[in-house]
Design a protein around this ligand. Sequence first.
Ligand SMILES: [Zn+2]
Length: 167
Amino acid sequence: MSFPSRKSRGRMICTVCGIGTTKKVEKKHQARYNGEPVEVSGVEVYHCDHCGQDSLTPEQARMYSRAVKNEVRKKFGLLPPEQIVAIRERAGLTQEELEELLGQGPKVVTRWESGSVIQGRSADTVLRLIEREPELIKTLREIQRQRSRQQQRYTSDGSPTPQPAGG
Ligand SMILES: [Zn+2]
């Protein structure tokens, strides 16, 4: 697939061959995400009647990327973005608080919730635990305090400042 067609006198001229005109169609597409094959249907693209190439507008490319990630979530049984929002809000946590409790870097929860990044399986499990047992938040806060005490002890020994694990 290639990038957007240019509009010329109301017709969308194919940017691949420069001859054919493109028409909006919905297709099935075999995609890969981190090496995992998934099939997404209903992908909206512009199809050229001359060379047969498909092209996407930036908006279509975003929709396509979102559809692929939704399919990956379904394939691996991971929570959809809306459900992550719901779990966090029910727990009364901000995105930043949840990032800290899960040991995730800044903006990670924001990206899960916007659907641009898929949460890992272990984070998905903790989110489901919080959903079932809201009391676990207290335990997670306790773990967080314990961790920061350990880090303070480490740094007060004159050792280098530990870097939080990413991802
Ligand atoms: Zn063409």
